[in-house]
Design a protein around this ligand. Structure first.
Ligand code: URA
Length: 236
């Protein structure tokens, strides 16, 4: 693989940043400054340092992001900003996409990846990967309504949802919902079926991943190798 390609696929630098760093002797291959950005390297064997930092080769990228309201879960949109616009330019050429959708006004945990196979498996209805949401509703919920929620209920289009867990807070207007499927506007439509209305929705976990308390709204980071291993295991 060309050195500049290696630096872009590892999200270390854009192609032009890579060329500039090579010219400044800031890219070392096996301890020696690279002569050109077009030299070929073996990502599995050669060691590369960029501006004094080792570059770890990864076949895929897994990014956890705390989605703010107002952003759409898409790779492009003619009208609204997309979650991909929250990442710096060196991530734009990687082919990342959101793994599952959150509504424009839903906040919280969003996974971005370029690993289509993993995304497909995580989102497959057969795998029942759980997603948890903190919610608030307009009117207090009763225990009987929560029981209907847990049994699965019929949406306005006739779709019968799978059982969804709901833990209600003492105020009866907030709590945590766990879904094992992901239909369009699912929680909002489930609440509408109960003649109620969602006023706040935030995803707080996706399978084994929990929204880190230090990841502020709009912030993102690559998953740690431990988190990545947990995610791959959840998709098995
Ligand atoms: N359910 C919804 O209604 N919206 C979301 O964004 C996620 C789940």
């Amino acid at each position: 693989m060309r050195l500049d390609k290696f630096l872009t696929v590892t999200a270390t630098a854009t192609r032009s940043e890579a060329a500039r760093a090579v010219r400044a002797d800031a890219v070392l291959v096996n301890g020696v400054p690279a002569k050109s950005a077009s030299v070929h390297i073996d990502p599995e064997r050669d060691t590369v340092e960029f501006c004094g930092k080792p570059v770890v080769y990864r076949a895929h990228h897994y990014i956890i992001l705390n989605k703010p309201e107002g952003y759409v879960s898409a790779t492009e949109d003619g009208k609204d900003p997309t979650v991909l616009e929250l990442l710096p330019p060196k991530y734009t050429a990687l082919g990342l996409f959101p793994c599952g959708r959150l509504d424009k006004n839903t906040k919280g945990l969003m996974l971005l990846t370029d690993d289509g196979d993993l995304a497909h498996r995580l989102l497959s209805p057969r795998r029942h990967v759980a997603k948890r949401y903190y919610f608030r509703v307009k009117f207090p919920l009763t225990e009987a309504e929560c029981a209907r929620f847990r049994d699965g209920l019929v949406l306005e289009d006739g779709y019968e949802t799978k059982p969804a867990d709901i833990e209600l807070s003492p105020d009866m207007t907030s709590g945590v919902i766990t879904l094992i499927e992901g239909k369009y506007h699912q929680i909002k439509r489930m609440m509408l079926a109960l003649h109620n209305q969602i006023t706040h929705l935030e995803r707080i976990s996706f399978g084994p991943l929990t929204l880190p308390s230090d990841l502020t709204r709009g912030a993102w980071r690559e998953l740690t190798s431990e988190e990545e291993a947990l995610l791959l295991a959840a998709a098995k």
